[in-house]
Ligand binder design. Structure first.
Ligand code: FAD
Ligand code: NAD
Length: 470
């Protein structure tokens, strides 16, 4: 131990980094974790997953009271929005959970080094004014908002904001333009739409939610329109000027054409995120990033530099907290000489709107491509939520569950769901796929009644053409 201050130094305390640090400590290693933010938990706990879900959850209740969903069940009320209080409960959630990580660090004897970390060499890292040496270094620096040229974000002014700014708007905008119809745009757009804003989503592509199954993307457009959002597809934003409390955007068809302007009192830029790999001193250790700024690793999360590992949003793959966490655990196990593995083919993705959109494995399009476009090689079973007794009883008719299986082996290749508990339901599908389940395995598993999950069973039965309730 004399040679280095620590066995492991983790850079970044997001879900990738803090989980890696804790697992490495659990495995008996001496661990430090460098974090430049004032609190632990990274993007996810501070300005991402957690605060967005706090606002989604609260706004869901407001909307249910306002749009008549509660009245339908005999609860008559006229809601009054106290936005400050809604923000307070968001901040409470963030505070409680970030302090929870601090507690876990203390419990597991992980030393928190406060400050920005820069490599001096592969085993020496400057953190603020301190120099820390470690036998192994795990880079878990996460990602930040991708800027849109010509549309300058200023979260303080609250006119043109990114996701962090959109979480903390002091008042409900009258008209909000969301640039990018991906996960952030639709989650944030839903929050402010529910609280009373007119929301217009401007999306470059012809469909929302890139990466999701084609049927899911089509249905998403119908659902969000029904909820009152205006969707401007195949459109790009070419510029933005801010005058006082108003922004004026210039738009053009994605393929080029006549320009138009659109005025809004809030504009959200949500066109993706990019890895945090600048300012880390990677040049000092001879580690190059790829064209997207990501650090490439092998299957064990080793970079090309001996003793330097990387995980989470700063490496290729979906930018998701649970993917970062699983990589954190596996990487720490590999550093400790064990065998840590992540099955990147089975990473669920969830959009936490209402209904929720969730999927795992291959989309129908990807499954077809895998078999050279031969439709006979795959089987698809689909079951509408309208025919699920629990969803129907709860007045939640929107959505479906879809199971895609390989025709010959019946092995499940992908599962896609739209319903109010899709984010929870998808765990069952992921676990089944992890165990190599066939659609028959799911169809013959007893599912409790009445639950939304019965729709997954029925979709699996539909793969063989024999669902009961449709
Ligand atoms: P991060 O969480 O980004 O953490 C990296 C940390 O490293 C940061 O705290 C940063 O300050 C620190 N750091 C960076 N460079 C240095 C340095 N040189 N020195 C010291 N510290 C450094 N994902 C989901 O799965 N579910 C969701 O519901 C979800 N919702 C989201 C909502 C929003 C609004 C956003 C923006 C993201 C959301 N995500 C969600 C994505 C999720 O937050 C990320 O995938 C996840 O946080 C990545 O974890 P990470 O550990 O790789 O990086
Ligand atoms: P995204 O990639 O999900 O969506 C960005 C959208 O913007 C795409 O549809 C893209 O076509 C569109 N776009 C790109 N350039 C454009 C332009 N100039 N004009 C109009 N549209 C344009 O990115 P995001 O929504 O910013 O989210 C970033 C990351 O954060 C995602 O990778 C996501 O995984 C993660 N995240 C996850 C969750 C969740 O798991 N629930 C929630 C929020 C964020």
């Amino acid at each position: 131990m004399a040679e280095y201050d620590y066995d492991v130094l983790v850079i970044g305390a997001g879900p990738g980094g803090y989980v890696a640090a804790i697992r490495a400590a659990q495995l008996g290693l001496k661990v430090a974790c460098a974090e430049s933010r004032e609190t632990l938990g990274g993007t996810c706990l501070n300005v991402g997953c957690i605060p967005s879900k706090a606002m989604l959850h609260a706004s869901e209740f407001f909307d249910a009271a306002k749009n008549g969903a509660m009245a339908e069940m005999g609860i008559e009320t006229t809601p009054k929005l106290n936005l400050d209080k809604m923000h307070d409960q968001r901040l409470d959630a963030v505070d409680g959970l970030t302090k929870g990580i601090e507690f876990l660090f203390k419990k597991n004897k992980v030393d928190w080094k406060k400050g920005h970390a820069t490599f001096q060499d592969a085993h020496t890292v400057k953190v603020g004014d301190e120099t820390v040496t470690a036998k192994d270094v795990i880079i878990a620096t996460g990602s930040s908002v991708t800027p849109l040229p010509g549309v300058e974000v200023d979260n303080d002014k609250q006119v043109v904001v990114d996701s962090t700014g959109a979480l903390q708007l002091a008042k409900v905008p009258q008209k909000m333009v969301v640039i990018g119809g991906g996960v952030i745009g639709l989650e944030m757009g839903s929050i402010w739409n529910r609280l009373g804003a007119e929301v217009i989503v401007v999306e470059f592509l012809d469909q929302l939610l890139p990466g999701m199954d084609g049927d899911v993307r089509k249905e998403a457009a119908k659902i969000f329109k029904k909820q009152g959002m205006e969707l401007r597809m195949k459109t790009k934003v070419t510029g933005c000027t801010v005058k006082g409390k108003k922004a004026v955007l210039t738009l053009e068809p994605a393929a080029g054409g006549e320009e138009e302007t659109l005025e809004a009192d809030c504009v959200l830029v949500s066109i993706g995120r990019r890895p945090n790999t600048e300012g880390l001193g990677l040049e000092n250790i001879g580690l190059e990033v790829n064209q997207r700024g990501q650090i490439e690793t092998d299957h064990d999360f080793r970079t090309k530099v001996d003793g330097v590992w990387a995980i989470g949003d700063c490496v290729p793959g979906p930018m998701l907290a649970h993917k970062a966490e699983d990589e954190g655990i596996a990487c720490a196990e590999n550093v400790a000489g064990q065998t840590g593995i992540v099955n990147h083919d089975i990473i669920p993705g969830v959009v936490y709107t209402l209904p929720e959109f969730a999927g795992v494995g291959l989309t129908q399009e990807e499954a077809l491509e895998k078999f050279g476009g031969d439709k006979a090689k795959i089987k698809v079973g689909k079951f509408p939520m309208m025919a699920n007794s629990r969803a129907k009883t709860n007045h939640e008719p929107d959505g479906f569950v879809k199971v895609i299986a390989e025709a010959e082996s019946d092995r499940v290749l992908g599962v896609w769901c739209i319903n109010n508990v899709a984010g929870t339901m998808i765990a069952q599908a992921a676990q089944a796929m992890e165990f190599g389940a066939t659609s028959e395995d799911i169809a013959y598993t007893c599912h409790a009644h009445p639950t939304h999950s019965e729709a997954l069973k029925e979709a699996a039965m539909a793969v063989q053409g024999k669902p009961i309730h449709v």
